[in-house]
Design a protein around this ligand. Structure first.
Ligand code: ADP
Ligand code: TYD
Length: 234
């Protein structure tokens, strides 16, 4: 049987694939989706095969989970339920979308991944980080980002931008966007600390300024990663 502690499990998690996983992190309204879309177009134009996806979501089951975690009434979802649902969506997403794309050599651009759980459920909600990393070991099949960009903005700017975006689309604010500024200050501190722990993987990008200014910074980080990586370019 393939148990969590068996050598086969460990081996499976060590198997490498030709693709690359680039994740995008930051506060709500930091510009992740905008920059991810620009990079997806640019990389496709340069001949890369790109899979663009997001969490929670990315699959039919993940989309249903997204509805619950983002739009259930405030106070109706416990922090542990929230965490479990984020990882349930992630497990499905890895199996159905991310691993197949990595196996065929795609550059996978994923809007949020495990660092969001550490920042939001860990630092934001106060769940111990070890508990979150335990779920990651159990459910993520060894899939870790090769590169992570954290778009940094202050919480007020993020709230203003996401509020404007939601109003323009006539979308309601999510359960997270209804949180106060202190929640987002904790999440922001979380991202900073996570970035300090893993400087080789995580790049902090200034998300202030125009979309074009931010994109110039993003482009530089992505190009440096892809060209400096002997297995990355195709
Ligand atoms: P996220 O995915 O991080 O929540 P979005 O990319 O959806 O952020 O951006 C939130 C809103 O802010 C959108 O309406 C978007 O057009 C706008 N936006 C994105 N980047 C910038 C920027 N650099 N300056 C001003 N507005 C921006
Ligand atoms: P989304 O609208 O995709 O984010 P954004 O506003 O940044 O474009 O909403 C996803 C929300 O879910 C966001 O507020 C962060 C939260 N989230 C977590 O709390 N933990 C997680 O593991 C993930 C993937 C997302």
């Amino acid at each position: 049987m393939l148990s969590y502690s068996s050598p086969q499990f460990a081996l499976r998690t060590l198997l490498k694939y030709p693709g690359k996983l680039i994740t995008w992190e930051g506060l709500d309204g930091s510009g992740k989706s905008t920059q991810l879309a620009l990079e997806a177009d640019r990389l496709r134009g340069r001949g890369f095969r790109v899979t663009a996806t997001r969490e929670p979501g990315g699959t039919a089951v993940g989309q249903q989970i997204r509805e619950i975690v983002l739009h259930a009434p405030r106070g109706s979802v416990t922090p542990f339920t929230e965490l479990a649902l984020m990882f349930a969506a992630r497990a499905q997403h890895i199996e159905e979308v991310i691993l197949p794309a990595l196996r065929v050599g795609d550059v996978v651009l994923c809007d949020r991944f495990t660092d969001s759980s550490l920042a939001y459920q860990g630092y934001g909600r106060g769940i111990p980080l070890e508990a979150i990393l335990g779920l990651e070991t159990m459910l993520c099949q060894g899939v870790r980002p090769d590169l992570t960009l954290i778009l940094e903005i202050d919480p007020e700017t993020g709230a203003r931008r996401s509020g404007q975006r939601n109003r323009a689309a006539s979308d309601p604010d999510t359960r997270f966007e209804q949180e106060g500024i202190e929640f987002f200050e904790r999440v922001r501190r979380g991202y900073r600390e996570i970035a300090q722990q893993e400087p080789a993987r995580i790049r902090r990008v200034d998300g202030q300024g125009s979309i074009e200014e931010v994109h110039a910074r993003v482009r530089q980080v992505v190009d440096e990663f892809l060209t400096g990586n002997p297995h990355g370019l195709r």
